[in-house]
Design a binder for this molecule. Structure first.
Ligand code: AMP
Length: 214
């Protein structure tokens, strides 16, 4: 089973994707994570990607489609893929459909995580992750434990994303509404769209997603 998680920055896509990896053994394909890896590569491409990401703009379709293509062609996942942060434009959605056909698979569910824009700034600006395992924390709602150790792996180094600031979020949100939200209509028309209430507690959202997947 292959699924797409759709929603603005801060909707909880990464958090829910991590749960699906842990609970169902699915494979998370996050173009954001792949690009964050690329930016540390020291290449010219990495430098360009870093600049675009930090401002909150979208990286070119060509680059992200290339990253996904490479993953999909390197071997099928028997437990299914979670597309997290991809596709983000209509050309990316078309490219994904073609790629899936090429590898003899399909997208089974497109799950839109609906959220109130007013909560996104608070969600995004307070977040950090464990540098070792990627566990997600939030200054207000899920602070790093007082002993400074990650609850999941015991790691002691935490990081914040360079683009998790108010200015960058405004641009990211604009990019979402201009370039990504048309995908809601696109997948609705294909009969593939399902929605969950992204404002609910993490466990509730997970239960809503599980109900769709069973
Ligand atoms: P994310 O971790 O999904 O929030 O992505 C972080 C940043 O990476 C975005 O703001 C974009 O600059 C870039 N990015 C991630 N996925 C894509 C994509 N599918 N298309 C274009 N840019 C992307």
């Amino acid at each position: 089973m292959n699924i797409i998680l759709l929603g603005p920055p801060g909707a909880g896509k990464g958090t829910q994707a991590r749960r699906l990896v842990e609970e169902r053994g699915m494979v998370q394909l996050s173009t954001g994570d792949m690009l964050r890896d690329a930016r540390t590569s020291g290449t010219e491409m990495g430098r360009v990607v870093a600049e675009v990401m930090d401002k909150g703009h979208l990286v070119t379709d060509e680059i992200v489609i290339g990253l996904i293509r490479e993953k999909l062609l390197s071997g099928a996942s028997s437990t299914g893929y979670i597309f997290d942060g991809f596709p983000r434009t209509l050309p990316q959605a078309d490219a994904l459909a073609n790629l899936m056909e090429e590898v003899g698979q399909s997208v089974d569910h497109v799950i839109e995580m609906q959220i109130d824009d007013a909560v996104l700034v608070a969600r995004v600006t307070g977040r950090s992750t464990c540098a070792n395992c990627g566990e997600v924390y939030h200054d207000k709602t899920r602070p790093i434990p007082g002993n400074g150790k990650c609850v999941n792996c015991g790691g002691t180094t935490f990081k914040r994303r360079a683009d998790d600031n108010e200015d960058s979020l405004k641009t990211r949100l604009l990019a979402y509404y201009k370039q990504t939200s048309p995908l809601i209509g696109y997948y609705y028309a294909k009969g593939a769209l399902e929605t969950v209430d992204g404002l609910a507690e993490i466990d509730d959202v997970a239960a809503q997603i599980n109900a769709i997947l069973t």
